[in-house]
Design a protein around this ligand. Structure first.
Ligand SMILES: *Cc1c(COP(=O)(O)O)cnc(C)c1O
Length: 420
């Protein structure tokens, strides 16, 4: 029985897929908070590289991947698609379980797929310095590699909780040449204000985004990059699902369900959107501590804590929501983003909220059967897979489940230590 489905380098897709081209109803627009009018592309260009803004607003179905980006993708792409026979056996389920292994990238997650593209376009446009935020440290690490390749300076605002709890991630970013600041920091107005008013603040993604945005807006030749949530990020991540589509064909199977963990939606959309266009359903697995799709309200909200970003129409827990500290720091974001929220409202997507203990228990089951220690974030996807596989066992129905292993957990062993 074949276990791994591996493409040739020449089979890496040459274009990203934009699901907006295939939507019957357009999602609500981003709004400019100063006048509540639909945001104009020019208004985003102080913050993001022009080409990324163009992609953000584009309804074209396919976007050509630049040669230099494709070349860098070859560091780790195509990534394997694996049939999880041992996990199936362990669960004694008739379901066939496949996973796309995005943990094989040099930073150990899918984040590099968009980091490379974002650094490339900024470099093309003559930008010298990039700012960004990072929660668990995955996104910051990915941008660090991408920026070092293109010779860009990088300032990363790292959520203080993670900065203190995950020192290895900081060392990783420093190794690639990035400057890392514990957020809230003393180097932005917003950070200084917060440190003064609440010295105990442990930080959040929303706060770190505010600091990174402030630094980008106040400095010339500097632009901000975001690792999730926005349409252009989801576009770049479609490479995951496009590859998986070819690999499922190699396996001779069509998935009935796609499952991925959900922070701001990039790894979920990456694997799911290319399949949703063929009417395959997808399930987003969120942490119970931050259940924006499952329990949030659909409305306009800011993407950051300070209210510096455009207003985004999305399922949200509120931009000032402060989720409890969970190990899956990459899932502690308050909003579901515009595109995924739209698809949820249109009925293409389901969501489930998973408690941390259930996530880690599923992650360990996966590690012991498939050999890979998953990222704490990915554990949520695995827990949702386990739920579905056990349902299949109960009903005796065979079904094909495809999930995204968004990353490995080798830099998150302290989280496993606490769980064990
Ligand atoms: C960042 C991250 C996530 C969550 O972000 P999404 O944009 O929702 O994908 C999930 N898994 C890993 C390994 C991550 O690094």
């Amino acid at each position: 029985m074949r276990k791994k489905f591996i493409l040739e380098e020449s089979d890496v897709p040459k274009m990203w897929y934009n699901i907006k081209a295939d939507l019957a109803k357009s999602p609500d627009p981003l709004l400019n908070p100063s006048n509540n009018e639909p945001l104009k592309p020019e208004e985003m260009e102080a913050l993001f590289a022009k080409e990324l803004v163009r992609q953000e607003f584009s309804n074209d179905r396919w976007h050509e991947i630049p040669d230099e980006v494709l070349e860098l993708y070859k560091m780790y792409r195509p990534t394997p698609l694996v049939r999880a026979y041992s996990l199936e056996r362990e669960l004694d389920t008739p379901a066939k379980i496949f996973f796309k292994n995005e943990s094989v990238s040099p930073v150990g997650s899918h984040k590099l797929n968009t980091a490379i593209a974002q650094a490339y376009y900024n470099k093309q446009e003559g930008i010298k310095r990039i700012t960004t935020e990072t929660g668990a440290g995955q996104w910051g690490s990915a941008m660090s590699i991408a920026c070092s390749h293109f010779g860009l300076e990088l300032d990363v605002f790292m959520v203080r909780q993670s900065y203190d709890a995950k020192p290895y991630r900081k060392i990783l970013m420093n190794s690639y040449g990035a400057s890392v600041h514990s957020s809230p920091s003393q180097i932005t107005d917003y950070g200084r204000g917060l440190c003064a008013s609440s010295p105990e603040e442990r930080g959040s993604l929303g706060i770190a985004i505010s600091e990174a945005v402030e630094m980008a807006v106040k400095n010339s030749n500097t632009r901000y990059t975001l690792g999730s949530v926005l349409d252009h990020v989801l576009l770049h991540q479609s490479i995951i699902g496009l590859e998986a589509e070819k690999q499922m064909e190699m396996a001779g199977e069509r998935p009935d369900k796609i499952i991925a963990c959900f922070g701001g939606g990039s790894n979920f959309a990456g694997i799911a959107f290319p399949f949703i266009r063929h009417n395959i359903r997808a399930i987003a697995a969120e942490p119970a501590a931050c259940p924006k799709l499952t329990k949030g309200e659909y409305r306009y909200d800011f993407g950051d804590s300070a209210g510096l970003t455009p207003l985004i129409p999305m399922f949200t827990l509120g931009h000032d929501f402060s989720p409890e500290q969970i190990h899956a720091a990459g899932l502690r974001y308050h909003g579901g983003g515009r595109l995924v929220s739209h698809l949820k409202r249109e009925g293409f997507i389901d969501s489930v909220a998973i408690e941390q203990s259930e996530a880690f228990s599923a992650g360990l089951l996966f590690a012991r059967s498939e050999g890979i220690i998953p990222a704490p974030e990915s554990n949520h996807a695995i827990a949702a897979v386990v739920r579905e596989a056990l349902k299949a066992k109960e009903s005796g129905k065979s079904e094909v489940i495809l999930f995204n292993l968004s990353g490995h957990g080798l830099l998150d062993l302290s989280a496993y230590k606490e769980y064990l």
